[in-house]
Ligand binder design. Structure first.
Ligand SMILES: CC(=O)[C@@H](O)[C@H](O)COP(=O)(O)O
Length: 258
């Protein structure tokens, strides 16, 4: 069963971004065909396209998925908090994907500002989904600030590199067994999604690898299947890698030939 985030049960373990698709129709088909549970939406894009009465808003309403507004493009606590407050008003949800970008080249989260903004927004009743690094101490601070979900990156946004530090992701899972953990950003291939799900993550959020694929609808479906496969593999109990060969066929006794 897919995880519950802030008390809301998801219908799947796949969350999609809504930017960069070749057309709104392709975006809608990708979301529907893949069974994505939620989509992120940028306040900046929405207000740029006519606000709550815009065509993009109408499209989102027709998708019948949870909306996760984000603070994409924010670089300071003040910007992120203000954007979150506006998003709550516009989208009518307390959910906010909190992004505070700290580095121009890597789009790495500014984790100090992230924790501060998370605390302010949690105190105001927001359900905060923080886009963070894979750092254990930052994760602890975010939980102390009131976050009940963590969204560590596995690689820089849009890089399609896949898990760059599986050990750090594994450590996060081990230290926070009860916290929903969603890998956000950097997934490039369905096999990357399967790999992080095999580590025991609860869900993945991705955008670029689907939106920029040759066939976004087919790619969204491929990611959906990979997420389920990785999740099932984790639940089934994976074999730990070994240094030495271990015969898989019994070697004792004698072969019998008729
Ligand atoms: C869609 C979103 O909210 C971002 O977190 C980001 O765009 C996801 O990263 P990728 O584009 O690398 O999948």
């Amino acid at each position: 069963m897919a995880p519950a985030l802030y008390g809301t049960a998801l219908r799947s373990r796949l969350l999609l971004g809504t930017a960069q698709y070749p057309s709104p129709a392709v975006l809608a088909e990708a979301v529907r065909a893949s069974g994505a549970a939620a989509v992120t939406v940028s306040l900046r894009r929405e207000t740029a396209q006519g606000g709550a009465r815009g065509a993009f808003w109408e499209l989102l309403q027709g998708l019948d998925v949870a909306l996760l507004p984000n603070t994409a493009g924010c670089h300071t606590v003040k910007e992120a908090v203000t954007t979150a407050r506006l998003a709550r008003e516009l989208f009518g949800t307390d959910w906010i994907k909190l992004e505070v970008i700290g580095h121009h080249d890597t789009l790495q989260p500014e984790v100090f500002a992230l924790v501060e903004a998370a605390r302010i927004l949690s105190d105001e009743g927001f359900r905060v989904f923080p886009y963070t690094t894979d750092d254990l101490v930052v994760a602890e601070r975010l939980l102390e600030a009131g976050c009940k979900v963590l969204m560590p990156w596995c690689a820089p946004i849009g890089s399609a590199r896949g898990p760059m530090n599986s050990d750090a992701l594994r450590a996060l899972r081990a230290h926070f067994p009860e916290t929903p953990l969603i890998v956000d950003a950097g997934l490039g291939r369905p096999s990357h999604a399967a790999a992080v799900m095999e580590l025991g993550f609860d869900a993945v959020l991705l955008n670029t690898a689907v939106a920029k694929a040759g066939d976004p609808v087919a790619m969204a479906c491929a990611f959906a299947r990979a997420v389920e496969a990785g999740c099932a593999a984790h639940a089934a109990g994976l074999l730990e890698p070994r240094d030495m060969a271990v015969p898989s066929t019994p070697t004792i006794g004698r072969a019998v030939f008729s």
